[in-house]
Design a protein around this ligand. Structure first.
Ligand code: SAH
Length: 220
């Protein structure tokens, strides 16, 4: 591994191990998720000026008013998505920095990821190529509609919060598939797991969260 990926000082393996320890202490149990997060260089997904804070358990700005999700939230959402079995094909809405995409791509066979802001998508694509993750398909668009061309998905993970769960997204879930999504008005969002069984949706709440809003429409 080259020095960039390995990290030094505040981005070293020791610093990363401390983050994993903290995730364990805050209740993350899935060893597959912990192992992938230990080995994924989160400092590459933020600006160099913020690299020294990359292994703190906190969200950080990534430009354009967006944030890279807090590691605990990435771990919790991924753990919830993988709970019963490993989904073969996953749709992610909100590529952002690409960090959550990187974690998913190391745990499931195929990831389809949608982002509405071109600049963020371009940078994410470069980083994920640098990490040699090749099982990722990218689309720039409003992910509220999902990505119907490749539907249905075994899992859907949404990293920006709509006020209500978009019906179009639920339709793109296979029977038995699960969606992990934050939703609700700003300041009152809840993280939810929705499992589809025929036309019935079973819902579990994972607690209060704070995400950037899911915004309608894509950008140039
Ligand atoms: N998982 C990302 C989270 C980024 S923040 C990370 O950890 O870096 C949420 C992202 O969702 C932002 O990049 C934002 O531009 C994107 N987003 C917001 N509304 C969207 C929409 N309707 N369709 C696609 N992406 C959207």
């Amino acid at each position: 591994m080259n020095a960039d990926l390995r990290g030094i000082g505040m981005t070293s393996q020791r610093t990363r191990d401390r983050l994993i320890q903290r995730l364990r202490e805050t209740g993350i149990r899935d060893e597959r998720v912990l192992s992938v997060m230990r080995d994924t260089p989160r400092h590459l997904f933020v600006d160099e000026a913020l690299a020294s804070r990359a292994y703190e358990d906190t969200a950080l700005p990534i430009g354009q008013g967006q944030t890279i999700s807090q590691p605990y939230i990435v771990a919790r959402m991924t753990e919830a998505l993988l709970e019963d079995n490993v989904p073969q094909k996953v749709l992610e809405v909100g590529t952002g920095s690409g960090y959550q995409t990187a974690i998913l791509a190391q745990l499931v066979p195929e990831v389809y990821t949608v982002e509405r802001i071109a600049g963020l998508q371009d940078r994410a694509r470069q980083r994920l190529a640098q990490l040699k993750l090749r099982n990722i398909h990218y689309k720039r668009s409003d992910g509220t509609w999902g990505w119907s061309q490749h539907a249905p998905y075994d899992g859907i993970l949404v990293t920006a919060a709509p006020e209500q769960v978009p019906a179009d997204l639920l339709k793109q879930l296979v029977d038995g598939g699960r969606m992990v999504i934050p939703s609700g008005p700003a300041g009152q969002q809840t993280l939810r797991v929705l499992v589809r069984e025929d036309d019935t949706i079973h819902e579990t709440e994972l607690g209060r969260v704070s995400f950037v809003p899911l915004v309608k429409g894509d950008t140039q």
